[in-house]
Design a protein around this ligand. Structure first.
Ligand code: SF4
Length: 343
């Protein structure tokens, strides 16, 4: 995901992301890591195993995002979303934010050991920890390295609250561990599902699981007692913002029992904008002039964002009524205008 940015205003998000990324980059590579070429189900990927000096990143106190600490056990992300805001974090050590971001994954192989040391009593105050803020914790690499799985176990043992934002249905591998953790402490999970339009999904998120598999995962997590919400985002102007597309994704999320739904309109900061528009030029050149006009600034206008929120609010209400008419009295999602994480 890198998907956490819905939590704060545009300026706040930018400050947080830049401040978090900088020190970590300095720490990771004092000696060049070996490259491990993926084989079998990991074909097409390369892994760079590194020893992280610290695994918990502290968000500066001046940043008003609703979480103070994050863990990102990987850098880069094989989900390869064209719009990913974390791409510029890969622009170092000769790696680039385009192809390398998608296929050369930095793996903090000591993440679990570091976490155990860093949350030891007397050293740690038990703050909630957010995962999925700069890379997806359930991308393909997790199938090989099991770092997120180990981190969940450590946080669960310590009864330390945490949240996970992902597009990876691999999270279901850990459903029993997450359910146990949810009995011990506050656990919030969220899926990022920007659209259920198959064509747009294949174009814009080529490395992610099918959106309907993600919808099914939302239902399974909630059925297992693990709170799971949906971030409908980013919604791509001209590609996934048609009324019928929004209706389909909201309806699917309501049916899946999402705890809350937060819509997010695409934003394009420098570094990401160039990548996205280059992709758009190949995929939908007819939309490029409109994007240049709309994204003179990184964020869509307040009016455009408010209009999207109002549309999604109405769609949630419509689908709640539909489900109620069917006789169901199960829990229904609410609109979240701030993407929620434990504090
Ligand atoms: S899933 Fe991965 S590539 Fe897609 S937005 Fe999140 S971090 Fe970026």
């Amino acid at each position: 995901m890198a998907h956490p940015e819905a939590a704060a205003s545009p300026g706040e998000r930018l400050r947080w992301q830049v401040v978090e990324a900088a020190p970590e980059q300095q720490q990771l590579f004092e000696t060049p890591p070996e490259r491990i070429v993926g084989t079998g189900e990991f074909r097409g990927l390369e892994f760079l195993p590194v020893q992280a000096r610290r695994i918990i990143n502290e968000v500066p106190k001046t940043s008003p995002v609703p979480f103070r600490h994050t863990i990102n056990a990987y850098r880069g992300c094989s989900h390869a979303c064209t719009y990913c805001f974390a791409r510029p974090t890969h622009d170092y050590l000769g790696l680039d934010s385009d192809v390398d971001f998608d296929r050369v994954i930095v793996v903090k192989v000591n993440a679990v050991e570091r976490l155990r040391a860093e949350i030891a009593p007397k050293r740690w105050n038990g703050d909630a920890i957010a995962m999925g803020t700069n890379t997806d914790p359930y991308q393909r690499a997790e199938g090989k390295y099991h770092l997120t799985q180990g981190i969940i176990d450590v946080l669960s043992e310590a009864r330390n609250p945490f949240s996970i934002l992902t597009k990876g249905t691999l999270i279901l591998r850990d459903i029993d561990a997450l359910a146990e953790a949810a009995r011990r402490t506050s656990v919030e999970t969220s899926f990022s599902i920007g659209t259920v339009d198959e064509e747009v999904w294949k174009l814009s998120e080529p490395g992610t699981p099918h959106p309907m598999r993600r919808v099914e995962a939302v239902a399974k997590l909630n059925e297992a007692g693990i709170r799971c919400s949906v971030l409908i985002g980013p919604i791509l102007p001209g590609l996934s913002d048609a009324p019928e597309q929004l209706d389909a994704v909201v309806g699917a999320c309501v049916d899946a029992g999402a705890r809350s739904i937060a819509p997010i309109l695409l934003h394009l900061r420098p570094g990401v904008k160039e990548h996205y528009l280059g992709w758009l030029q190949g995929a939908r050149p007819d939309l490029v002039p409109e994007y240049h006009e709309r994204y003179r600034r990184a964020y869509a206008s307040t009016e455009q964002r408010n209009a999207l929120t109002a549309t999604v609010r109405d769609l949630i209400a419509k689908h709640r009524r539909r489900v109620r008419r069917s006789g169901s009295n199960r829990a229904m999602p609410t609109l979240s205008e701030r993407f929620e994480r434990p504090r």
